[in-house]
Design a protein around this ligand. Structure first.
Ligand SMILES: N[C@@H](CCC(=O)N[C@@H](CSC=O)C(=O)NCC(=O)O)C(=O)O
Length: 283
C-alpha cells in the first residue's frame, strides 16, 4: 500500500480522510487530506484541489472552511496537500520566521542550496501527488480544478496557468498575485530561486498572464478589509495584467471581509459551484 490511512470520518454521507505517504519528490514523509463525497462510493468523481497559505497544513481548510457540505452537494472531491516538505532533515527559516521555510513552500521548485533538496512543491503537486491520488483513490484525474488561499492562491494560479491542459478551472481567495513585487514573495523567491529576478517570472501569476498564458475559467475573491491586501497581495497588479492582455478573470472585492477562514467559509460554496460547473462534461 503506497498510502497509509491516518484517519477516516463520516461527513455529509461521504468520507473525510487523511493519509501519510513517502514523497520521492520532496524526500520526506508527507500528509494530505481528502474529502470524498457520497458519489465516490459508486464512481470516480471530479476533484477540486485546495492549496493553503502560510503556516497551514492540509487540515486548516478541511476543519475551518465548511467546504464538505458543498462538495457533497456537487459530487466533487476536495484534496488538500500540505504547504511544504516536513521533517527533521528539512531546513527551515534560520530565524524561525513563519513566512518562509516550513509551512511556506510557495509551490515552487527551489534551485538554491540548502532548499533545493526538499523544497519542490510544484513538482509534488503537479506530478507526484496527482498521479498517486489518481492511482489510489476514486478520483477522475481528467476533471480537476485548482484553488487556494493567499500563498496557496499564488500556487493555484501559477500551477494552473503553467499547466492549462491539466486544470480545468482556477480560483483563489486573497491570492498573492505578484510574488516578485511583495515582501513575502521577494523573500521566498530570493531564497528558493536566487537573485536572478528573470527566473522568478515563471513563478509569478501576473507575469504569466503578461507572457500570454492560455485562457482558463478563473475567479478571485478578495476582502477589502484584508490587512495583507496593500502590501502583500496586490490584487490590482493582476487586474492590470488581465486588462492589458485581454485575459478574462472574474475578480470580486468584498467590503468588510478580512484574510481569515471566515472569509473563505463565506464564499467557498460559490467557488465549489464555479469549479463543479467546469468539471462536468466529457473526459
Ligand atoms: N501566524 C501569522 C499569520 C499567518 C496567516 O495569516 N496565515 C494565513 C495565510 S497568510 C498567506 O499565505 C492562514 O491561512 N492561516 C491559517 C489559519 O487557519 O487562519 C501571524 O501570527 O500573524
Amino acid at each position: 500500500m503506497t498510502l497509509e490511512e491516518i484517519s477516516r470520518t463520516r461527513c455529509f454521507d461521504g468520507q473525510q480522510l487523511r493519509f501519510r505517504h513517502r514523497s520521492g519528490t520532496l524526500g520526506c514523509d508527507m500528509q494530505f487530506s481528502v474529502y470524498l463525497p457520497p458519489q465516490a462510493s459508486r464512481a470516480k468523481v471530479p476533484a477540486i484541489w485546495f492549496l493553503s497559505g502560510l503556516t497551514c497544513t492540509d487540515e486548516n481548510v478541511m476543519t475551518k472552511a465548511g467546504a464538505q457540505r458543498y462538495a457533497a452537494e456537487q459530487g466533487v472531491a476536495l484534496i488538500a496537500p500540505d504547504t511544504s516538505p516536513r521533517g527533521e532533515d528539512v531546513p527551515d527559516d534560520p530565524d524561525g520566521a513563519w513566512d518562509f521555510g516550513l509551512g511556506a513552500g510557495f509551490y515552487v521548485n527551489a534551485t538554491q542550496e540548502p532548499w533545493s533538496t526538499h523544497y519542490r512543491m510544484y513538482d509534488y503537486i503537479q506530478d507526484e501527488l496527482t498521479t498517486l491520488i489518481a492511482e489510489e483513490l476514486p478520483i477522475n484525474p481528467l476533471r480537476a480544478g485548482l484553488m487556494g488561499h493567499s500563498m496557496g492562491g499564488h500556487g493555484a494560479l501559477v500551477i494552473g496557468l503553467r499547466n492549462p491542459e491539466k486544470w480545468a478551472s482556477l480560483s483563489a481567495f486573497a491570492p498573492i498575485v505578484a510574488p516578485s513585487q511583495c515582501p513575502w514573495g521577494e523573500k521566498a523567491l530570493g531564497h528558493y530561486l536566487g537573485d536572478d529576478r528573470d527566473a522568478w517570472k515563471a513563478w509569478d501569476a501576473t507575469e504569466l498572464v503578461r507572457a500570454g498564458a492560455a485562457q482558463k475559467p478563473l475567479r478571485i475573491d478578495q476582502g477589502e478589509d484584508d490587512n495583507f491586501l496593500a502590501e502583500q497581495l496586490k490584487t490590482p497588479l493582476f487586474e492590470h495584467a488581465c486588462a492589458d492582455t485581454g485575459y478574462e478573470a472574474s475578480i470580486h472585492y468584498h467590503p468588510g471581509y478580512d484574510h481569515s477562514y471566515y472569509f473563505i467559509a463565506t464564499f467557498i460554496g460559490e467557488h465549489i459551484a464555479f469549479h463543479a460547473a467546469h468539471l462536468r462534461g466529457s473526459d
